[in-house]
Design a protein around this ligand. Sequence first.
Ligand code: SF4
Length: 491
Amino acid sequence: MHYSAVSLPSETLLMSEKFISREIFIGNLPLGNSHPVRIQSMTNTPTLNTKATVEQIIRLVEAGCDMIRITAANIREAENLKNIRDKLMEKEIDIPLIADIHFQPKAAEIAAGIVEKVRINPGNYSGSHHKNKQYSEAGYQAELEQTSQNLKPLLHICKQHNTAIRIGINHGSLSDRILYKYGNTPRGMVASAMEFIRICRENHFEDLILSLKASDVRTMIEANRFMVREMLKNKMNYPLHLGVTEAGNGTEGRIKSAMGIGTLLADGIGNTIRVSLTEAPEKEIPVAQKLIEFYGHSQQVSVVQTSYVSYGDIPENQQSDMVLIDEKKTISPENSLLLLSYPDLPYNDLVLRAPVDFNLAYEKKKADSLLLVNGPASNGESLRELTLQILQARGLRYSKTEFVACPSCGRTHFDIEKELNKVKYRLGNVKGLKIAVMGCFVNGPGEMAGADYGFVGSAPGKIDLYKGQTILFKNLPEEEALNQLETLIRK
Ligand code: SF4
């Protein structure tokens, strides 16, 4: 089978052609085509703790989750998916389960006989773990062939059991092979997906979902648009799963997730979404529901008035709420101002709408400054703060520490939400600094997204501290790790 090489330009592309995916089934749940956008989340209980995992799944189902992912880090965890499934059936809960696999093809093969979908990461399915490895063309092809051989048993089992596969590409954990040829770029992410699609199609396996995730919102949007264009070029139409990784918690996590997922849903891209928050997984579901309500159907709910005006034209009492997008510029009456006005929108909805509406408007036409106007519910100070957070999420203006934090899963060794809040409290106001708080040392360091410092769970109650990708301290008790991190940064 032949596909054209990935050759798209590197700037963000706006979608012009409509993309309609094929329909596939995750167990009994149809996905893609004209079906509603499906909501999913992931448990963060230890997978071997059947009781706690089942209880969390029940809470997620009650909140409105359509599919649930569970980490299967090894063979024992993969086998325990059967106990989780049986307990759910005893309680008459028939929800599609997804096994999340990293590094262990054997765990994927066991899980594929139990659950409805398996998520694999091509970046760690290839078998090569040599940083900065050099490849000849022949060496590249040989490794690809080996990857194909590694994948075949899983494809065979999935076919036997009607189990779907998500090819889950993460910016930050691409294979050495892809990094060598394309770098850590949206183009590399698309090339990685295309390699795995080709292997699946050569083996007549088509029940695929694709995801291209990144913690950087623009990279995530760009990668998904590239992917859709590449599929259209090659006459493919696999459904897409959307998510912004390591978005963090609170307003910051909601803004990043909304901007990435909402922008693509507004493009007509995305068949299933996961809002990753470093909070209890149930809290992700209302956010996902709102994003689908606002952007997930062909007719968008229009509550915003968007206009470009000059600074001199806005009433004096609103001028102090306006935020310059480039802080080095000075305010002048000729500045063009993007005005997003939401007369009646509750503040919690504004946090999800304004990032998307701003991004969609700014992609079409740049402006010098942004002004959010909301009814009497929110005051000028909270709107100014929200505006700054939106600009930071879009990578346009940095006004405080940037945090990346994973949502945690069954591999997490500590209370990540609590630790993230402590780190934020102590180090939240260092402009231009990026700190990662990650739940495990297996995937955490690879997915820290260029953070200056990493605070990574290594064992129960223990933290590894990183500067960039270099480990500085291993297995520090949590409190000591926080003090040490502060000392390093304050220096
Ligand atoms: S980085 Fe976080 S979400 Fe990813 S595998 Fe580790 S604990 Fe789980």
